[in-house]
Design a protein around this ligand. Structure first.
Ligand code: COA
Length: 387
């Protein structure tokens, strides 16, 4: 029985209410609140990035389980901060991991956290004494003023994969789907993604549908035998759309309320964090585990999508006693503690970050997270513990 042993989150220091963005863009806030299912977006501090978010998410996982069994760190991100060096190597040092660890970065838009999960499971199958640390961390940026702007966000999920998982035991079947489509991409010269929003929704649905069909062909459970569905959530309404699409494709007879009960509890964190790309589907899983009274024995699907496009559909069962491993109150505190910033403050940040000029700079000390991105000297990023 291999699966997810522990799972924690981190997010940006600040939040902006999407009503403020709607006012500037002359849009009805209901379009964002109801139409997209998003209320807020996390905004990072000047001294935060994917490394500090990812390491912050991983720290409580390592503090609980220890570092001795970790021999691999897989860092999944769409928003890499270097063309060569893996962000996970910085995180490895900040987290105090042993030198006898392999560290690598994985990329395929929002999908690669799930590739990391499967690679981790394979490593653990080879040596059940090891645990693999997976960090999925992203800062989602689109053009200001575009229809994608309200679907930005920032967040990280960190989880360990072990042979004796405390949260979710993975089932063997996995459904896969890849198609070369240009729905969302980010050329090397850009800090914001190029996206064809409506075609990305179509590509997402087709890919998830294709992955589910393959999951069934690989011996996966019938749709009716799956209790809950965690979808990648670029905005939470996408999960509702995907679930209705899959239900119809699978010939489900469940009514709208029953279908909603299978996905709505997965949205609580992403609705407030915004899109966290690779982390999103794992924040959906965490919201589900934190939000429901008792899911013991329930079969949960992870439906992962990364534009470009790769999708994977897999399932696991919730392990008895899982609630003892949750940090529900801490997670709520992390979200509640983010000060709200005005649209002007947010705009000023978005226009100046991330810095891409080659000069040295020092970042103001803003973050309350355990690690910070202090600045750049001679093209080297400087990371340090906050205290
Ligand atoms: N009150 C309530 N709902 C409203 C509304 C209002 N006043 N005005 C519009 N809506 C609804 C629309 O009906 C639509 O819902 P539906 O899709 O269920 O019909 C929803 O709000 C979004 O409106 P739409 O006009 O489709 O939005 P848009 O084209 O301006 O932008 C995205 C939406 C998702 C395309 C855009 O935010 C984007 O490109 N995001 C980034 C890419 C992304 O997330 N892709 C997802 C797959 S990876």
């Amino acid at each position: 029985m291999i699966g997810i042993d522990d799972l924690a989150l981190a997010t940006g220091a600040y939040r902006i209410d999407l009503a403020a963005v709607a006012e500037r863009l002359g849009t009805d806030p209901a379009k964002y609140y109801k139409g997209l299912g998003q209320t807020e977006m996390s905004v990072i501090a000047e001294d935060e990035d994917i490394v500090t978010l990812g390491a912050a998410a991983a720290l409580p996982v390592l503090e609980r389980a220890g570092r001795d069994q970790i021999r691999t760190v897989l860092f999944a991100t769409e928003t890499g901060i270097d063309q060569s060096k893996a962000a996970g190597v910085y995180a490895h040092r900040l987290l105090g991991l042993s030198p006898n660890v392999r560290v690598v970065e994985l990329k395929q838009a929002c999908y690669s956290g799930t590739a990391a999960l499967q690679f981790a499971a394979a490593l653990v199958a080879r040596n059940p004494a090891e645990k693999v640390l997976v960090i999925a961390s992203d800062v989602a940026r689109y053009e200001l003023g575009s229809s994608a702007e309200p679907t930005q966000g920032a967040g990280a999920a960190a989880f360990t994969v072990s042979a004796d998982p405390a949260l979710l035991a993975l089932e063997p079947a996995a459904g896969l789907f890849t198609a070369d489509v240009m729905d969302f991409w980010r050329p090397n010269h850009r800090v914001t993604a190029i996206v064809d929003g409506q075609s990305s929704i179509t590509a997402y649905l087709e890919a998830i549908g294709g992955a589910f069909t393959d999951y069934r062909a690989q011996g996966g459970a019938d749709f009716a035998a799956i209790d809950r569905f965690c979808y990648h959530q670029p905005f939470t309404k996408m999960a509702s759309k995907a679930h209705r699409y899959l239900a119809q494709r699978a010939g489900s007879t469940l009514d709208a309320a029953a279908l909603a009960a299978q996905v709505d509890p997965t949205m609580a964190y992403n609705r407030r964090i915004g899109n966290s790309y690779t982390a999103s589907v794992y924040l959906a899983l965490l919201a589900l585990l934190d939000g429901e009274a008792d899911l013991t024995g329930e079969r949960v699907a992870i439906a992962s999508y990364g534009s470009g496009a790769v999708a994977e559909f897999l399932t696991g069962t919730v392990v008895e006693g899982y609630r003892e491993g949750l940090r529900t109150a801490t997670n709520e505190q992390i979200l509640a503690d983010r000060p709200q910033i005005s649209d002007d403050t947010y705009l000023a940040r978005q226009r100046t970050m991330p810095r891409t000029d080659p000069s040295d700079y020092t970042n103001r000390h803003e973050t309350r997270a355990p690690f910070r991105f202090a600045g750049v000297r001679e093209d080297q990023r400087i990371y340090e513990p906050t205290s």
